[in-house]
Design a protein around this ligand. Structure first.
Ligand code: NDP
Length: 267
């Protein structure tokens, strides 16, 4: 019986995950299927339980807007999923559901591998205080950064998150007053081509500007960073591929090479 995997979200048509996981499986000679499934907003839990009842289904990736709801059906959680308060990977085994969150690890690996930045002693500014920021903080708070600051359009949300993860919240107006090595756009502003509020001086002093969003052309945040003198900009495609590899490794016990599929998607 072929093992089955899914990526579940709403909407889901845009997902690149099936392409990525099929390439991983082919490159390793593993026989599995990986498909998209759109679940109803109200019926997510019921539909997920039905899916788990099928013995051939071994795991799933969970995406927007179900990452928090999926946590609720897990029998156990990884430490980083617990800290993030959300899961993006489920593993089904002998009637149990294990939940993990590989987003933060995907970001850190991509940052080190493709942006050549170590987070040890790095000063990091994160713009945004949503689910993606939670996933990053679950890992970054333990990565040995010298400082982590969060700025968000709704300042109170940044304060709540900063308190929870023991980092610092700053107001967007204050982003011209300090120096960060890495500035991460973890807002969803790039989806609509909007620039989040950040002082150009901060980008001038940063080594890397990283947008979690990915697209065929540089995002407005990446262009703004380049125009203001930031020497290295990146989007979230590498993070997407690396978080997928982490999920695959959890399911199959082997970490696939990510470079080939990264290059394919980039091209
Ligand atoms: P959420 O909806 O949970 O959070 C959105 C955040 O963006 C909030 O902090 C919100 O601020 C802020 N925001 C939204 N619009 C604007 C705007 N116009 N100007 C300034 N701030 C704005 O989204 P997620 O955290 O789940 O996702 C964030 C981004 O990360 C998305 O672009 C998503 O595609 C990307 N992502 C990429 C991944 C990858 O693998 N590359 C993985 C996961 C996410 P406020 O609190 O004020 O509303």
């Amino acid at each position: 019986m072929t093992d089955k995997y899914y990526v579940i979200g709403n909407p889901i048509e845009h997902s690149l995950s099936p392409l990525i996981h099929k390439e991983f499986a082919t490159s390793l000679g593993i026989d599995l299927t990986y498909e998209k499934k759109q679940f109803g907003i109200e019926s997510f839990t019921e539909e997920l339980k039905d899916l788990i009842a099928d013995d051939s289904v071994k795991g799933a990736n969970i995406t927007v807007p179900f990452k928090v709801a999926a946590k609720g059906i897990c029998s156990s959680l990884s430490e980083r999923a617990l800290r993030a308060g959300a899961v993006n990977t489920l593993k089904f085994e002998n009637g149990t559901v294990y939940g993990d969150n590989t987003d933060g690890a995907g970001f850190v690996i991509d940052l080190e591998k493709r942006c050549h930045v170590s987070l040890k002693e790095a000063r990091v500014l994160i713009l945004g205080a949503g689910g993606a920021t939670r996933g990053l903080l679950a890992v970054l708070a333990k990565a040995g950064c010298a400082r982590i600051d969060i700025a968000n359009r709704t300042y109170e949300k940044a304060v709540r998150l900063a308190d929870e993860f023991n980092v610092r919240a700053i107001r967007s107006e204050e982003t011209g007053q300090a120096v960060w090595d890495v500035i991460v756009n973890a807002t969803s502003a790039s989806i609509t081509g909007v620039l989040p509020d950040v002082n150009p001086k901060a980008l001038n002093k940063a080594h890397v500007a990283y947008d979690l969003f990915y697209s065929k052309t540089p995002t407005v945040f990446m262009r703004f960073a380049t125009q203001n003198g930031c020497p290295f900009v990146a989007d979230g495609l590498g993070m997407l591929v690396e978080q997928a590899a982490e999920s695959f490794c959890l399911w199959r016990g082997i970490r696939p090479d990510t470079d080939k599929i990264y290059r394919l998607l980039r091209d």
